[in-house]
Write a protein that binds this ligand. Structure first.
Ligand code: CS2
Ligand code: MG
Length: 402
């Protein structure tokens, strides 16, 4: 089954998405997400200039071989742009394989290991009252797990607190806006928030928090310790993870579980974190970590070391990625949680999909392949708009992790 065409489609139904569509001689086609937030056009160029010409004429059924061909063949290994491009090809080929087999992809991955995929939403508000009503909104929708982000007194903006409720969107300007950050103010404030939230919602609702790489290991250790009474499901991205051994220090001081991985591209980014059992959840994704093929390899390694999956699922990962993630989530033994920030109605219209939310779970649906498509006519109504993620500075003007 030869590949006869591959196209990169860029569309902005509220935010930018890059989609690869691979067509075969039999008429069966597959789709893969290739969105890299704020750097979309780099992946578009990598795909159109370098990958698509190499795909034409190849056998679409040889997923592993094509993965190795693109990874080893490029010579320049890893990196977000390369691995997002490989992910898009890999995802589209799994979609094709499922359609050809007449089976949903999760059946090809071993079948269901659970009934539904537990998801967490993203409650965010500048102040406490707003936060309570956001959390209640998610609880009313049936969510069993909610991530909590809130404003910090004395700071004019904070990561995770967006202008739009529900549809969180940080890439909000053509050129980066700037945020201001104070670790001291943050560390003093956050435990008081979790204390009140736990008191208000009781012990059953799973609570999570994203630190967004802003602390040092000893600061993260202090935060983890101070949050222990409020029983968090995880503390996410406590420190930048380039220095994997840095997590040892956090681990030595706190039993608050640790999640990391949304910016990881390969198994090498988390090899030490997993094998030394320095984390509890690995949050790599289909779209940024080399597709279904490579993400499964990461999750299989994690399973040996009591580490569970917790895939990134922010709004900048398209419904194509979400569909692919759900087929993986439902079929692996060591699934933990899946992030699910809802897409806007415009996005859902451009990407019709079989997955659905019910009672706190997502279900991948039973359509052959991934069960997701791109409506190219509708996609064409929303042209690309440059959008960047913000930059963060300390109060003295020093650039800090965002
Ligand atoms: C976040 C994201 O979902 C998350 O956990 O960290 O909102 C992240 O900031 C964006 O996906 C960046 O593109
Ligand atoms: Mg995050």
């Amino acid at each position: 089954m030869r590949i006869i065409d591959a196209r990169v489609i860029v569309s902005c139904p509220g935010r930018n998405f890059v989609t690869l569509k691979i067509e075969t001689e039999s008429g069966v086609y597959g789709v893969g997400d290739a969105t890299l937030n704020g750097r979309e056009m780099a992946v578009v160029s990598y795909l159109t200039e370098h990958v698509v010409p190499q795909l034409i004429g190849r056998d679409a059924s040889r997923i592993s071989d094509l993965w190795e061909y693109l990874y080893k063949g490029a010579y320049w290994r890893r990196g977000p742009v390369t691995m997002t491009a490989i992910a898009a090809v890999d995802t589209a080929l799994w979609d094709i394989k499922g359609k050809v087999a007449g089976l949903p992809v999760y059946q090809l991955l071993g079948g269901r290991a659970r009934d539904g995929v537990t998801v967490y939403g993203h409650a965010n508000a500048a102040g406490f009252d707003g936060l309570l009503s956001e959390i209640s909104g998610y609880a009313d929708l049936g969510y069993r797990a909610v991530r909590i982000q809130t404003g910090i007194p004395g700071l004019s903006s904070t990561y995770g607190v967006s202008k739009d409720r529900m549809f969180y969107e940080p890439a909000d300007a053509a050129l980066p806006t700037e945020n201001v950050w104070s670790t001291a103010r943050y560390l003093n404030h956050i435990p008081t928030v979790f204390q009140q939230v736990r008191a208000e919602f009781g012990p059953d609702l799973k609570l999570l928090h994203d630190v967004h790489h802003r602390l040092t290991p000893i600061e993260a250790a202090r935060l983890g310790k101070s949050l222990e009474p409020y029983d968090l499901t995880w503390m996410e991205d406590p420190v930048p993870a380039e220095l994997q051994e840095g997590f040892r220090l956090i681990r030595q001081h706190t039993t608050t579980p640790i999640a990391v991985g949304e910016v990881f591209n390969t198994i090498w980014d988390c090899q030490q974190l997993i094998t030394e059992q320095l984390i509890d959840y690995i949050r790599a994704t289909v779209v940024h970590a080399g597709g279904i093929t490579h993400l499964r390899r990461i999750f299989d390694l994690a399973a040996l070391y009591h580490v569970r999956s917790g895939s990134h699922g922010a709004t900048d990962l398209s419904p194509v990625c979400m569909a692919a993630a759900l087929h993986v989530d439902v079929s692996i033994p060591n699934f933990g949680l899946q992030e699910y920030m809802r897409h806007t109605p415009e996005t859902d219209e451009v990407f019709p999909h079989a997955y659905h939310f019910e009672d706190g779970y997502l279900f991948p649906g039973e359509e052959p392949g991934l069960g997701v498509d791109i409506d190219e006519e509708k996609a064409a109504r929303y042209p690309y708009r440059p959008a960047s993620l913000p930059v963060n500075r300390l109060e003295d003007g020093t650039v800090h992790s965002w």
